[in-house]
Design a protein around this ligand. Sequence first.
Ligand code: IMP
Length: 430
Amino acid sequence: MPVAVILGGHWGDEGKGKVIDLLAGRFEYNVRYSGGANAGHTVVNEYGSFALHQVPSGVFHNGMTAMLAAGVVVDPEALLAEIEELEGRGVDLTRFYISERAHIVLPHHKLLDKAEEERRGDARLGTTGKGIGPAYSDKAARDGVRMGDLLEPSERDRSILRAARAGAARLADLHCSDAVAPEEVVARAARWADVLRPRICDVERHLRSAVARGASVLLEGAQGALLDIDAGSYPFVTSSSTGVAGACASAGIPPRAVDSVVAVLHSYMTRVGAGPFPTELHDEVGRIIQDRGAEFGTTTGRRRRCGWFDALASRYVMEVNGVTSAVLTKLDVLDGLETVKVCVAYELDGKRIEHMPASATVIAKVSPVYEEMPGWPEGSMQARRWEDLHPRAQEYVRRIEELLGVPVSLLSVGPARDQTIQLRDPLAAN
Ligand code: IMP
């Protein structure tokens, strides 16, 4: 149990926030390891209902040390607003820290994100517009500014000015005239430094010592494993490593330290933004799932595309990430459908395939091979034990488990903490 990774098993929005909030009480540390303000983790608890974008979802638990690790890109402006909101609602953030290695999302990154999407035209990726791609591009190009740079005034002013000027020039190339004046960005950065200084530290060194003394650490992914920059359907991916390998690289801890990997999966599939989606539904059933599941982006408010459970894509995620247990969320959304379908393979050029193709163009050409199962009546939302579920709902879950090759540990049947059915301990190693 000491080190667990919780990741999104599909294209994001699977309900990680709820699962992390449920399990966080068993951990001393909760660390966000990837992405930035593009994430939207929904948590409903005694403090109210929250859409967390950068602060880790386990922050509501007393005594929790919450951290943003090196692999996160931090939007300081948005983070300050989030901290203010959480503290205003009574959440204790005294033990919330940010890695000095984490890169900063500067104002021009957000403008570039939008301008580049416009330039892509019909080939746009459907990004969240939060500056994620441009910030990670600068990081990889070694032109980025890190949170640690905020701490030393002359280094801060020099690096922010250089980055903001370069950003303004790139925006001008894209005919965008909204760039914030570089001197203004320098002034804003001085304020970020004043407020965030006590929180910026060597998070990774701290985590390694914590792991060495056997402390329990929950590594929280953002987005989903199918949006991973390497494993996903490039270029329709996010710009970070969303899987378990990214968790270790970001938190600065050895992969051998990870004891359990929990993947959170919808009981169907959703995707926001562009990119291939073999089981996408364009019919009435898709609309029912969309409405009943309230499938709107937490960060952007966009309608999420909905489709049948894709066991081939999900099994791929299990394999790439060495998943030890799967959590299925929103099972109740499928209540009342006459039949339900699960995609067990793809058909490509008349041949059945059972692996995830590397190319987005090829994935866009496959057709799903379905198994159809009878549906079950309403009532899953009221179930609290396995025995309370309709036998046909049980059959659906067992079939998915079989296809994943990984045990299903939790079923979520509603947003509240108690709307959960436990089949086994999700953190138990296999
Ligand atoms: P970006 O991460 O904003 O660059 O967006 C790249 C792709 O990832 C787009 O298809 C987004 O819709 C998708 N994406 C990014 N963050 C999330 C998320 O938290 N949930 C679901 N999709 C996301």
